[in-house]
Design a protein around this ligand. Structure first.
Ligand SMILES: [Zn+2]
Length: 591
């Protein structure tokens, strides 16, 4: 669009109008001096202007309009331009002439037929009743009676009700233009009777464009970077951006330095953001930490800086995924070029990981006092992040390992079933330290070694009389031979008391005789204190075996080439090795 705020284009908007409007002020604030006087001047709201102009052109102008949007985006200006376009002596026209008496009166705020009401200070039903009285009379000089109600959401409920009656049956000579920052507070009954226009926040480059024109007109040299900082501070509001420019000009005079502007506005220097991303892309930890130190020395808030960084890295992501990213990026042209230049250094995955690190850091900062430390750690993590391998590629690599590694899998050292094959040997070695218990009967003449025979005997009893077998699993075979069976239990234990029953002891003796094919004397011994050095119970052996099997399984799993490859590729850590069903089956074989 062509920018046309220059007063010289519009005779009506010359010094005479200005001095008439605000005669008391020697210095006219920029926001008023540069207030748009035509639809063409209304920056960033082209969609609104086009629709309104088409409506005027086709003669289908609604009775009531609702202009919504953030502060300072041009709602009230648009309302006045629309009023002028409707009242202009040449019109209704698509653009007001800004020269006829009707236009001039509206510009200066003196029109008797265009009544501006501030909803915030005229909220009562009385005000609206007065308005309704006023509506009855025909316009005194112009075509319409136009009521512009700003901040309309501030009206009281009774005022809205009074207004509604007028909106339901509007006289043909009346037009309403409502403006609000909070449309959700306007009753639906009112909303439904208005033609609604949503004003957008103004894109940064467009604000910068106007600021550039203004400083040229004011004959002040201000750099692009400073203009961008000023516009960004305005956050999509033209009025706020112009107020900020006023402030900068008042503070800096005619020599506006970038550093002064940045200090005055209290904003983060964009160069720091670019330096940070450059450090991260270059994996330069030193540079990243230096930047944090500088941010700290400038007295910036660390969390604000982190939030700026999040925005900054979002820019990279948007740039990566969109063909035409400018619309979604609130960046001046020069900034976009800087981002574009750096963006080639990172992949999308990488950028997304950076973003999630920063987002996490920002959340942590809200809970902790160590904001600098958190930011430093986040940046270090970003600098040292390993390059990301796309998931597709990982899957390919794993497939290649599985397919090509078939031989490897069959090798006994790594095959999943290998650990079980070695378990019996392990079991035996585990027993070795207990080979010389004091209870091992050296005088025994029977060939059955006590340690070998006892588990067999317990298994035999389990098969014959399981209740008795389960008790024996907790007993220690102090002696086990064809003539002597001595079983130790902890003094006062439940198992001991069970066996001390005469009948139970008799059946135990009978089973021992059958197992040994002899008539051993069966004795029960009550054990006190430490059991160290005594023969193990079957229960203890079982749990030792289970431990050994688990350890073997874990060892085998960690050595497995597929596992080691996955650990490396994913930068993973093995937290647990779980035996699958088929291992449980294998366990039976071993027992
Ligand atoms: Zn006119």
């Amino acid at each position: 669009m062509s920018l046309n705020p220059c007063p010289s284009n519009f005779p009506a908007y010359s010094n005479s109008v200005r001095s008439e409007a605000i005669p008391a002020l020697s210095y006219l604030v920029l926001a008023r001096k540069w207030r748009p006087q035509t639809f063409q001047d209304l920056i960033g709201q082209e969609h609104v202007c086009r629709t309104l102009q088409n409506a005027i052109e086709s003669g289908r102008v609604a009775h009531a309009f609702l202009f919504t949007g953030a502060r300072g985006v041009g709602k009230t200006s648009a309302a006045r331009i629309l009023a002028k376009a409707l009242q202009c002596e040449n019109g209704p026209v698509q653009e007001p002439c800004n020269a006829c008496p009707a236009c001039l009166e509206i510009t200066s705020g003196n029109s008797v037929d265009v009544i501006e009401i501030d909803g915030a200070s005229n909220t009562g039903v009385e005000d609206i009743r007065e308005l309704r009285e006023n509506i009855k009379y025909l316009p005194s000089r112009c075509r319409f009676k136009i009521f512009i109600i700003d901040e309309v959401h501030m009206l009281s409920t009774s005022a809205f009700n009074a207004l509604l009656k007028t909106l339901e049956e509007p006289p043909p000579h009346v037009k309403f233009i409502f403006a609000t920052t909070e449309p959700h507070k306007v009753p639906i009954t009112i909303l439904s009777r208005c033609q609604r226009f949503d004003f957008k926040r103004i894109p940064l480059p467009k604000i910068v464009d106007l600021l550039r024109t203004i400083v040229a007109e004011e004959k002040v040299a201000v750099s692009e970077a400073s203009l961008t900082a000023i516009a960004r501070k305005g956050d999509g509001s033209m009025r706020d951006s112009l107020s900020t420019l006023d402030q900068v000009l008042a503070f800096c005079g005619n020599g506006v330095e970038d550093d002064e502007v940045i200090a005055l506005l209290g904003v983060v220097d964009r160069r720091l953001l670019l330096e940070t991303s450059r450090a991260v892309f270059a994996r330069d930890c030193q540079a990243a930490l230096d930047i944090v130190a500088r941010v700290d020395s400038f007295g910036y808030n660390m969390r604000s800086f982190c939030q700026e960084l999040i925005d900054h890295f979002r820019n990279f992501v948007v740039l990566k995924v969109l063909a035409n990213p400018a619309e979604l990026l609130d960046l001046a042209e020069g900034e976009l070029a800087d981002i574009r230049e750096q963006a080639t250094a990172g992949t999308l995955d990488q950028l997304q990981r950076y973003l999630s690190i920063l987002l996490k850091a920002e959340a942590e900062m809200s809970l902790s006092g160590f904001t600098r430390l958190i930011l430093e750690m986040a940046l270090l993590k970003m600098c040292t992040l390993l390059p990301v391998v796309p998931v597709d590629e990982l899957i390919e690599r794993l497939k290649a390992l599985e397919g090509g590694g078939g031989q490897k899998l069959a090798s006994p050292s790594v095959a999943p079933r290998a650990p079980q094959a070695t378990v019996p040997a392990t079991t035996r070695t585990l027993e070795t330290p207990e080979k010389t218990p004091p209870a091992a009967d050296p005088s025994s003449s029977t060939p059955t070694p006590s340690q070998e025979g006892w588990p067999g005997f317990v298994a035999f009893v389990n098969s014959e009389k399981i209740s008795l077998g389960k008790i024996l699993e907790h007993g220690r075979p102090l002696q086990f031979s064809a003539k002597d069976v001595e079983i130790g239990f902890p003094a006062g234990s439940f198992h001991l008391s069970c066996l001390q029953d005469a009948e139970t002891l008799a059946s135990l003796t009978e089973l021992a005789a059958r197992f040994c094919k002899a008539t051993p004397a069966v004795r029960l011994t009550s054990l006190n204190g430490e059991h160290k050095g005594l023969p193990s119970t079957v229960q203890e052996k079982k749990s030792l075996e289970a431990d050994g099997r688990q350890r073997k399984l874990e060892e085998a799993a960690r050595k497995h080439p597929l596992v080691t490859a996955a650990v490396e590729i994913f930068e993973a850590e093995i937290t647990e090795v779980v035996a699958l069903e088929r291992d449980a089956g294998a366990k039976e074989e071993i027992d």
